[in-house]
Design a protein around this ligand. Structure first.
Ligand code: 13P
Ligand code: SF4
Length: 345
C-alpha cells in the first residue's frame, strides 16, 4: 500500500521528501481543486494508475531520466506520433512538449491527452506565430507548405504536409521537382534539407534556442582533447556546428548511430537528456554533451524540463492538465499529419 505525503504549498513551490530525498515541487495553479498528495513510491503509483486508466505514457528522449524509465514508449517526434496514432489506450500521458501532445490529440480526438505541465512549450513553435505565417503563405499561393512538426496546431492547419527531423529529406524528395515549397518553421533543418535534396526551399526564419546555443569553439576544443571522439548532431543545430559532425540525424537516429558506430567516445550536439538512453544502451562508451556558448545549462531544453515525475503522477491522478483545441483547427491539422504518416511507411 502506498503511503501518502501531504504537500504544503507555499506561494510558488515547496520542499517535500520522497524516499527520504528532499524534492522541490512547484505549485500547479491550474490544479487548485485537484489533489496534491504524493505517494512515496511514485513509480509504483504511476504503474497502478496506468492500469486503472488504461493509460499509456509516451515520452521524448529529452525528458528527465526517471520519466524515461517509467515510460511505455520512448521515441523521437515521428515515433511518438506513430505510437499515438496506433495506441489502443484510453488515456495518453504525453511526457514531452505541447506540440507533441497536441499532435497526439489531433490524431485521437476521443481520447484524454494529458501533459504534465501545460507550460511545456517550444521556442521553435513560438517562433512561427499563426497570423504572421498566414500572411507569409498568402504571398506565395503557388507554394506547397511543408511544416516541421515543431509548430502549433494552427500552423499545422495551414500546412500541406508535416515532417519531422527523421523524415524531412524523404518527404521533400517525394514532392515533384517543379513544385515550389515553403519550409517552416526551422531554418536550420530547412537549410539541411536543401543541402541533402538539392531543392530550393523558401524558409521561414524560425529556430530553437537550445540547438542554437552550442559553441563551435568549445566543440573544437573538445575534439582536440578527445581526438578519438565523433561529433553527432541534430539538424536543428547551426551550420558551424553541423560541419564538425560525423553524423547528423533525429534523436532516434543519433541513438542508433551511437550504438552501431565503432567509435568509443561521442560529443553529442543535442539536448543532453538523450545521453541517459545512450549510456543505458552502450554503458562502455563515453558521451560528452556539447557545451553551450556561455557557462550555463542552456543546452537543456527549459520547456521539456518543466515536466517532472511528480507532475506526471499528479496529471494522471487528477486527469489534468488536458490538451484541447477547437475542432475546426484539429480537423484541418489532421490531414497534413496523416499525409506525413502515409509518406513515412
Ligand atoms: P526529434 O524528432 O529528433 O526527437 O526532435 C524533437 C525536438 O524537439 C528536437 O529539438
Ligand atoms: Fe523546442 Fe528546442 Fe526544446 Fe526541441 S529542444 S522542444 S525544438 S525548444
Amino acid at each position: 500500500m502506498s503511503v501518502l505525503v501531504k504537500i504544503t504549498i507555499i506561494t510558488s513551490g515547496c520542499f517535500i521528501a520522497i524516499n527520504s530525498k528532499p524534492v522541490f515541487t512547484t505549485a500547479l495553479p491550474q490544479q487548485t481543486k485537484a489533489s496534491s498528495f504524493l505517494p512515496y513510491d511514485l513509480f509504483g503509483a504511476i504503474n497502478t494508475l496506468k492500469k486503472e486508466l488504461n493509460a499509456v505514457v509516451l515520452a521524448h528522449y529529452y525528458q528527465d531520466p526517471d520519466i524515461q524509465d517509467v515510460a511505455d514508449y520512448l521515441g523521437d517526434s515521428l515515433g511518438l506520433s506513430q505510437q499515438a496514432a496506433s495506441t489502443s489506450a484510453d488515456v495518453i500521458v504525453f511526457a514531452g512538449v505541447h506540440f507533441m501532445a497536441e499532435t497526439a490529440k489531433i490524431l485521437n480526438p476521443d481520447k484524454l491527452v494529458l501533459l504534465p505541465d501545460l507550460d511545456a512549450g517550444c521556442s521553435l513553435a513560438d517562433s512561427c506565430p499563426p497570423e504572421e505565417f498566414a500572411k507569409f503563405k498568402a504571398a506565395y499561393p503557388d507554394h506547397l507548405v511543408v511544416s516541421y512538426i515543431n509548430c502549433s496546431a494552427e500552423i499545422k492547419a495551414m500546412s500541406d504536409i508535416i515532417c519531422t527531423s527523421s523524415n524531412a529529406v524523404r518527404i521533400v524528395n517525394q514532392i515533384p521537382e517543379d513544385q515550389p515549397i515553403i519550409f517552416a518553421p526551422d531554418r536550420n533543418l530547412g537549410r539541411y534539407v536543401m543541402e541533402q535534396t538539392g531543392r530550393d526551399l523558401l524558409l521561414w526564419q524560425g529556430s530553437c534556442i537550445v540547438h542554437e546555443t552550442f559553441s563551435e569553439k568549445k566543440i573544437i576544443q573538445l575534439k582536440i582533447e578527445h581526438p578519438e571522439a565523433e561529433v553527432i548532431a541534430h539538424p536543428e543545430c547551426e551550420p558551424p556546428v553541423l560541419r564538425h559532425a560525423s553524423y547528423i540525424g533525429s534523436t532516434t537516429a543519433l541513438l542508433k548511430y551511437a550504438q552501431t558506430s565503432p567509435a568509443s567516445t561521442f560529443i553529442v550536439a543535442t539536448e543532453p537528456g538523450i545521453i541517459h538512453q545512450m549510456q543505458k544502451q552502450t554503458p562502455n562508451k563515453r558521451f560528452i554533451p556539447a557545451p553551450a556558448m556561455n557557462n550555463c545549462a542552456c543546452n537543456e531544453c527549459p520547456y521539456m524540463r518543466l515536466n517532472t515525475l511528480e507532475k506526471l503522477y499528479l496529471a494522471m491522478k487528477n486527469r489534468q492538465p488536458e490538451i484541447t483545441m477547437p475542432e475546426h483547427i484539429r480537423v484541418a491539422a489532421l490531414r497534413p499529419i496523416e499525409r506525413m504518416l502515409e509518406m513515412s511507411v
